[in-house]
Design a protein around this ligand. Structure first.
Ligand code: SF4
Ligand code: SF4
Length: 372
C-alpha cells in the first residue's frame, strides 16, 4: 500500500527553479550547470519570464528559486521579483554575491524579494579565489551578506564542500554564525555538469567525509537554537541515494535560460528526452502531459531491486541522471544505493580518485574551458 496520503504525481509543482542566465562572474569547477552553456543571445526575454511566472502561479507553484549562473546579471531581476510578489509566489535569490551593490539589493528587497541564498566557496580568501576563479571574492561576499542582514532579509549560506575546503568546515560554521545567517547548507559536491568533469579533482576522502559528519553533528548540538544546518552527503559514499528533486516530475519544475523545461536541471544528459520550450507550449501541458515529464513518474519504469523495494516511495530509486552518467542506463538503480550491483565499484572508484593527487581544475566558463 502506498504511504502517500494523496497521489503526489498528479499534484502541481511546489517550486519553480528559474535559471535566468548561465552567465556568471565565477567559474567554479564544481558547478552543476551543463558543459554546453546557454549564451546570452538565447536567453528568454523579460516578457517571456513574466509569462512563465503567470503560468506557474496558475499551475499552483508556491516558491520561485532565482538561479543561474548568476541571476543578478539580469537587469530585469527586480521586475521578475516584483511580478512574483504580485502573484504571491515566495522568491529566493541564489547568488554568488559578488558585484551586487547594496543599492541593488535594496531595490530587490523593495521589489519583494523574500530570501537570499549566498554561495561561499571557501573561508580562506585565497582558497575562495582559487575555487571560484574570481579575485577578492570572499571580502565581497561578506560585505554582501552583511547588507542582506542589514535589510532584514533571511540569509542562507551555501557551502559546497569537497577535498579542497572540507578541512575548514568549522570555519564555515563560524562564518555563518558571525554573519547571523539563519541557515547553513553544507552540501558535498553533486557530480553533474562541470562537477562531473572535475570529479577526480574534487572527491574527498572517506576520512574527510567522516570528520565532516562529526563536525556537523557537534555544531547542530551546540548552535541548533541559532543556526539551522542542512547537510548533503556525497552520493558516491552514501548507503541510500538522495530522493533527487523529490521524485521525477513530482515537486519541482526547472526552466533553463533558453526556455526549455526540465524535471531536473541535469535531465538533459538522458538521451532521447525532448524538452518542450515555454515559447512553444503552455507550462501546464509541459508539466502534466509532456513525454519528458511522464518518463520517470510513478514506479512502473523501475527495474529490480527498486521495483520491489520498500524504500522506492522514499527515494524514488535515486537519480536518473546519475544512473545514466555512471551506468549508461537511466532506468537502472542509482549506483549510489548499496543495493545496486554496481555500488561497490562506484565506491572503489571514489576511493581511488580521492587517494590520488588531484588533477588541475577545469574551470566552468562560457568560452573554451581553461585549467590552472
Ligand atoms: S556554482 Fe559557481 S560558476 Fe556555477 S553558477 Fe554558481 S557561482 Fe557560478
Ligand atoms: S533499491 Fe532502489 S528503491 Fe531501494 S533503496 Fe536502493 S535506490 Fe532506493
Amino acid at each position: 500500500m502506498s504511504t502517500f496520503a494523496r497521489d503526489p504525481w498528479t499534484e502541481p509543482p511546489i517550486g519553480l527553479l528559474a535559471e535566468l542566465t548561465h552567465r556568471c562572474p565565477l567559474a567554479c569547477p564544481y558547478c552543476s550547470n551543463p558543459i554546453d552553456l546557454v549564451r546570452r543571445e538565447r536567453e528568454l526575454s523579460t516578457a517571456d519570464w513574466l509569462c512563465v511566472l503567470d503560468q506557474a502561479a496558475e499551475l499552483g507553484v508556491l516558491q520561485l528559486h532565482l538561479s543561474g549562473g548568476e541571476p543578478t546579471l539580469r537587469s530585469d531581476l527586480e521586475a521578475i521579483v516584483a511580478h512574483a510578489r504580485k502573484l504571491e509566489i515566495y522568491s529566493n535569490l541564489i547568488t554568488a554575491g559578488v558585484g551586487v551593490s547594496e543599492r541593488r539589493l535594496e531595490a530587490l528587497a523593495q521589489a519583494g524579494l523574500d530570501h537570499v541564498q549566498l554561495s561561499v566557496q571557501d573561508i580562506d580568501p585565497e582558497g575562495c579565489d582559487r575555487i571560484g576563479g574570481y579575485r577578492d571574492a570572499l571580502a565581497r561576499k561578506i560585505a554582501f551578506a552583511r547588507a542582506v542582514r542589514r535589510l532584514g532579509l533571511p540569509l542562507t549560506l551555501n557551502a559546497v564542500v569537497h577535498r579542497h575546503n572540507l578541512d575548514r568546515l568549522e570555519g564555515f560554521i563560524d562564518l555563518a554564525l558571525e554573519l547571523d545567517a539563519d541557515r547553513l547548507e553544507v552540501a558535498h559536491v553533486q557530480y553533474y555538469g562541470w562537477a562531473l568533469v572535475n570529479r577526480a579533482a574534487l572527491m574527498p576522502t572517506r576520512g574527510q567525509l567522516e570528520r565532516s559528519v562529526a563536525i556537523v553533528e557537534e555544531a547542530r548540538a551546540r548552535f541548533g537554537d541559532r543556526l539551522l544546518i542542512d547537510f548533503v552527503v556525497p552520493d558516491y559514499y552514501a548507503r541510500h541515494p538522495k530522493p533527487c528533486t523529490s521524485g521525477w516530475g513530482r515537486a519541482v519544475i526547472v526552466v533553463a535560460p533558453d526556455g526549455r523545461v526540465l524535471p531536473c536541471h541535469a535531465a538533459h544528459v538522458i538521451p532521447g528526452l525532448v524538452f518542450a520550450n515555454v515559447k512553444d507550449k503552455p507550462l501546464r501541458w509541459i508539466w502534466q502531459e509532456s513525454p519528458a515529464f511522464q518518463r520517470f513518474r510513478g514506479f512502473a519504469w523501475m527495474q529490480e531491486p527498486c521495483r520491489s523495494c520498500p524504500r522506492r516511495e522514499i527515494d524514488f530509486g535515486g537519480c536518473r541522471c546519475q544512473a545514466m552518467q555512471l551506468l549508461g542506463d537511466p532506468e537502472a538503480t542509482d549506483p549510489a544505493c548499496s543495493l545496486s550491483p554496481h555500488h561497490t565499484r562506484i565506491m572503489a572508484m571514489a576511493d581511488a580518485e580521492a587517494a590520488a593527487s588531484p588533477p588541475t581544475f577545469r574551470y566552468r566558463r562560457l568560452e573554451p574551458a581553461s585549467s590552472c
